[in-house]
Design a protein around this ligand. Structure first.
Ligand code: GLA
Length: 756
């Protein structure tokens, strides 16, 4: 059924899609005297990519290795780039090969730093030394072929630079032209290098309900491993890093090199300060338990590893990444080139926290009535509507409508939702199965398992082996049927556990580890095909909250669910961490009931506080609105209407973190400015005022200093005497104070500024 959807094809499609818009835009966006963003000097064998404010260069050294030369602020168009010279040997212990910052080093010849590629040949040889073979210059990039010094193993390195942001997309295709199979034990998408200096590393860590902690530490000698071995992206670490020059992270200034890996399977990024204090960042498939057999003539494509540079601190880095994601990664983009972006997300209502599994036609209709009265755009029914799903013990895998709960199918509910002026979304968890399901009883062999070994359950469920073509076809078929037979605008695609016993017993033992690649490729293939058949269908990537958020899934997913923790105070730090890597456009944020019971935590917060916390991202309501009184309904309605007016600025504008909520901060504040600087939105939060202290002066950023802006409160008030209208220069240099009454616990205020 999905013959055309070879895993490799899915990947190729993905890579081309990203840059189709870039290619169109390249010529007009190149700045300076250059006629092209890429150049290759045959005499010096130097390759150069220029885009945005960035130059990236590398060259072929005398030994034939591809060596990184420079990555940083944009150089003059005619500046000389010296030829690549291998690093020197350090006594008799660190060879020149190991000290030279290679673009993609094979493990061989005494390499002691992290290799990009490690293979075992069928005769037992494990030595691989990659030398430059040939190049092809393409619009905005290069394809560069490396070859082992003896054997017929070829690696094509793909480079593309985005003319707007200067973000470089790198990936590798590894091809076996030997007469015998080879086994790939480690394959990176790319390795990035920085010269010896002091740096601070930033990365994102967490756990279920505690995702998106920005972890910051000095880059010390040795290797910091950021990874997931879990089969999917994970809550515990996210495939993003940012390295800042100097010993202290800085939001507004300083050089930052950052990167993000587009892969939703097991991944690894190593950040290494090597024996000579130089930095190498290597990322791709996680080599743990990895083993990909390439038969003669076969090849393996790595994921894409994006890398960028900003001279404007961590804030500058995240603003570049947000624009890049909007313009080149996310689905449903409208417009061309750098200005392309998807529409802001509909404001949703989701029933999960209101009803959990206890869904019914009547109950959902009642919620829909109230949701419509609030001004909600989309009504989403969560878990519980299918199979014999009463709780989390049964039903996953049986994707037919539960006839006790919905005797007439979903149509009456969907029709009612439409009549109320909303579109309809539905929860699914396609890759999972409960042992108590018809599907599992029929196909016990469809799950990841090692025959004869126990099958470990988590949340009473097992993982279907999506690497299998029959499982892939089944998942595509049921989703296609569901969306064809029902008027569904949106799927919340959940994934509620990580892997155990990752066996694929259909294949010979030495090929079974391919599951780590093929599972994820088939996930992308199903998503791509489903979207092809239903071009308007929108998808949320959820994995028990933020367990599957990365630039791979975001080519198919219009939004993500950052966390099952909807406590509005916890969300402030989570949202802060999230936005270092991902645009607020995809950051769904529901307002839920207070107290939000998270593992016994009982924090009470006001509705305006909860609303404003969620309004920093793509707003949704997930409370039991059936119980809301008139005052709550009126407050939410007023703030949803206010949000609709400024949503595009909040979720697609330039984000400035004025006061960080991290490290137990008493206050936090953010500001966003839209592209043409005609509008800005400010959010201010108080955790707990101590000793009657006033709120810090808010000096805004990113406005047009010469334009006049009028300040309008959305919630709360500025200090008496604050001008109603003042220049951008005034708001940025003089700044404004909050009202003296803005003191207490869990308070929030928001303002909009509109250019006059
Ligand atoms: C996960 C999701 C929740 C909800 C439940 C349903 O935990 O993150 O939002 O959809 O599954 O079972």
């Amino acid at each position: 059924m999905m013959g055309g959807l070879k895993t490799k094809a899915g990947k190729t499609l993905m890579f081309r899609n990203i840059f189709s818009a870039v290619l169109v835009a390249s010529a007009s966006l190149v700045v300076g005297a250059q006629s092209s963003a890429v150049s290759y000097d045959e005499a010096t064998k130097v390759f150069r990519l220029d885009g945005g404010n960035v130059t990236y260069t590398f060259g072929v050294n005398a030994r034939g290795e591809l060596q990184q030369l420079y990555w940083g602020g944009r150089l003059g168009a005619t500046d000389p780039i010296p030829q690549a010279v291998p690093a020197r040997e350090w006594a008799s212990f660190d060879s020149s090969y190991t000290n030279t910052p290679q673009e993609y080093a094979g493990w061989g010849s005494g390499l002691f730093v992290e290799p990009a590629l490690k293979v075992t040949f069928s005769d037992g040889n494990r030595d691989l030394v990659l030398h430059y073979d040939s190049e092809k210059t393409i619009p905005d990039g290069f394809n560069i072929v490396l070859k082992d010094v003896k054997r017929q193993v070829f690696v094509t390195l793909h480079y593309l630079i985005d003319p707007g942001s200067g973000i470089v997309a790198r990936s590798a295709t590894i091809e076996n032209r030997e007469a015998q199979p080879i086994t790939i034990e480690q394959a990176a998408a790319a390795a990035w290098a920085l010269p010896a200096a002091h740096y601070t590393l930033n990365y994102l860590t967490g756990r279920w309900a505690g995702e998106w902690t920005l972890t910051q530490e000095p880059l010390r000698p040795g290797e910091r491993v950021i990874e997931s071995r879990r089969g999917s992206t994970s809550h515990q670490a996210n495939p993003w890093f940012a390295i800042q020059s100097g010993d202290h992270p800085d939001e507004n200034s300083g050089e930052v090199w950052f990167g993000a890996l587009a892969w939703s399977g097991s991944w690894r990024i190593t950040v290494e300060r090597d024996q000579l204090d130089a930095i190498r960042v290597t990322g791709g498939f996680n080599p743990f338990d990895f083993g990909y057999v390439l038969q003669p003539g076969q090849s393996l494509e790595s994921p894409v590893f994006y890398g960028g540079y900003s001279a404007h601190g961590l804030g500058g880095a995240s603003r570049l990444l947000h624009h890049f994601e909007l313009a080149h990664i996310l689905p449903h983009r409208m417009g061309e080139g750098e200005a392309a972006a998807p529409k802001p997300r509909p404001v949703i209502y989701n029933s999960w926290e209101a009803t959990e599994f206890d869904v019914s036609e009547e109950g959902q209709m009642a919620l829909a009535e109230k949701a419509a009265a609030l001004g909600i755009d989309r009504f989403v029914m969560d878990d519980g509507w299918f199979g014999q799903r009463k709780d989390d013990h049964a039903g996953l895998g049986d994707w037919y409508v539960n006839s006790q709960k919905f005797p007439h199918g979903l149509k009456p509910l969907i029709d009612r939702v439409h009549a109320l002026g909303m579109d309809f979304g539905l929860w699914v968890e396609p890759e999972m199965v409960n042992p108590d399901s018809d599907l599992y009883r029929k196909h016990p062999d469809w799950v990841l398992n090692f025959p004869g070994r126990p099958r470990s359950e988590l949340r009473n469920q097992l993982v279907l082996n999506l690497a299998r073509s029959d499982v892939r076809d089944y998942i595509l078929a049921f989703l296609d049927k569901l969306v064809t037979e029902n008027d569904i605008a949106f799927l919340k695609w959940d994934y509620n556990r990580n892997w155990s016993e990752p066996g694929w017993d259909q294949l010979p033992p030495d090929e079974q580890k391919k599951v780590y690649v093929e599972f994820t490729r088939n996930l992308y293939a199903v998503l791509a095909e489903l979207k092809k058949r239903h071009p308007k269908l929108e998808i949320e990537s959820c994995s028990g909250g933020g367990g599957r958020v990365d630039l791979g899934i975001l080519q198919y997913a219009d939004e993500v669910w950052p966390s099952d923790n909807t406590d509005p105070f916890d969300r402030l730090t989570q949202q802060d961490g999230f936005t270092y890597a991902y645009t607020p456009q995809v950051m769904m944020a529901w307002v839920t009931d207070s107290p939000h019971d998270l593992e016994g935590q009982r924090r009470v917060t006001s509705l305006p506080y909860r609303m404003l916390s969620s309004m920093q991202g793509s707003l949704g309501i997930g409370a039991n609105i059936a119980k809301w009184n008139d005052e709550e309904m009126a407050t939410a309605k007023r703030l949803i209407a206010a949000y609709h007016q400024v949503q595009a600025t909040i979720v697609q504008g330039d984000l400035y973190r004025l006061i960080s909520p991290r490290n137990g901060s008493e206050f936090s504040a953010t500001q966003t400015v839209n592209r043409d600087k005609s509008q800005s939105v400010v959010f201010a939060f108080i955790h707990s005022t101590q000793e009657g202290r006033g709120y810090p002066l808010l000096k805004l950023q990113g406005l047009d200093p010469k334009a006049n802006y009028a300040l309008t409160p959305i919630e709360g008030a500025a200090e008496k005497g604050t001008p109603a209208t003042a220049s951008g220069a005034w708001w940025m240099n003089h700044g404004f104070n909050m009202s003296g009454r803005f003191k207490g616990d869990f308070l929030a205020a928001a303002f909009r500024l509109d250019k006059k």
